[in-house]
Design a protein around this ligand. Structure first.
Ligand SMILES: NC(=O)c1ccc[n+]([C@@H]2O[C@H](COP(=O)([O-])OP(=O)(O)OC[C@H]3O[C@@H](n4cnc5c(N)ncnc54)[C@H](OP(=O)(O)O)[C@@H]3O)[C@@H](O)[C@H]2O)c1
Length: 255
């Protein structure tokens, strides 16, 4: 059986990935992963492809072991893996708290690496991995310190893996969106709205571009001229100046 696996499918970009994969691919199943089971059930009723609902907290290592066991039992072909689950907390490094910082790393980095490792056992030439990074990974962002660093990891990890897997034909695309209109900002601001709501696009065009770029075997997927410009400019500015201007922009709102 051919399948796609989408993490963070209960909301935002992940939910949109599931809907568009349902339209574009002919698959036996799409595996939907997130903690909110009810949301996953609702989504499964909106798609034609049969869905496997896996209500799992991916920040816990045992959850990936559960997926590993399931893959071993069923031995499917993983045509597409979308490592999308992730979150960021805004605030000064000390104010956010160590547990939250470590959970962010567990989800944004450890779970992504672990699931990629597991799924590669079930992927062949032509199969695709989409790693959802962020434009926040282009530069060090004070008051978004752990999050921006975690997304820089995702980008480097994706690019190195792309080169490594070249001979095997499995492709890896790092998706680096700017602000997108999802629940992300609410989570980042602990219920607040965030300052990007007005300029943020809806998930649909961002996901559509990501799936097109993955099919074209692109290393990066960048949506919007301002993100392309940012990705170009950061190459020429030393990290020290990027961090200083980011803190000027982010201000000292977070103590
Ligand atoms: N929106 C933006 O502005 C933006 C910009 C750049 C990059 N991104 C990246 O895009 C990805 C998707 O975010 P989004 O914007 O769609 O935000 P979102 O609407 O908040 O969705 C986040 C998803 O991650 C899941 N998730 C969170 N913690 C989880 C855990 N411990 N275990 C399993 N699933 C978990 C959530 O599901 P449950 O709560 O049900 O578990 C939800 O489905 C993230 O990696 C984010 O860093 C977002």
């Amino acid at each position: 059986m051919e399948i796609a696996i989408v993490t963070g499918a209960s909301s935002g970009l992940g939910r949109e990935f599931v809907k568009q994969i349902d339209h574009r691919y002919t698959l036996g199943e799409i595996w939907l992963i997130a903690r909110r089971e009810e949301r996953l059930r609702e989504l499964s009723q909106q798609i034609d492809t049969s869905a496997r609902i896996l209500p799992l907290d991916l920040s816990i290592r045992k959850s990936i072991d559960t997926i590993d066991d399931l893959l071993r039992d069923e031995n499917p072909q993983v045509r597409l893996l979308v490592n999308n689950a992730g979150y960021g907390k805004r605030g000064s490094f000390k104010s956010i708290g160590l547990d939250t910082q470590l959970q962010m790393i567990d989800l944004n980095i450890r779970a992504l690496v672990h699931l990629t490792n597991v799924c590669l056992n079930y992927m062949d030439a032509g199969d695709q991995i989409i790693q959802v990074a962020s434009s926040a990974g282009f530069l060090p962002i004070p008051n978004f310190t752990t999050y921006s660093a975690s997304k820089a990891f995702v980008m480097h990890f994706s690019n190195a893996l792309t080169a490594e897997l070249h001979g095997r034909g499995v492709t890896v695309t790092a998706v680096c969106p700017g602000p997108v209109n999802t629940e992300f900002q609410t989570v980042a601001h602990d219920g607040g709205k965030g300052e990007f709501r007005r300029i943020a696009p809806d998930p649909a065009p961002v996901v559509s571009k990501a799936l097109n770029d993955a099919s074209r075997q692109k290393w990066f997927s960048l949506y919007g001229w301002y993100i392309k410009l940012l990705s170009f400019l950061v190459r020429f500015v030393p990290k020290k100046y990027l961090a200083k201007s980011a803190i000027r922009y982010n201000g000292n709102r977070f103590k």
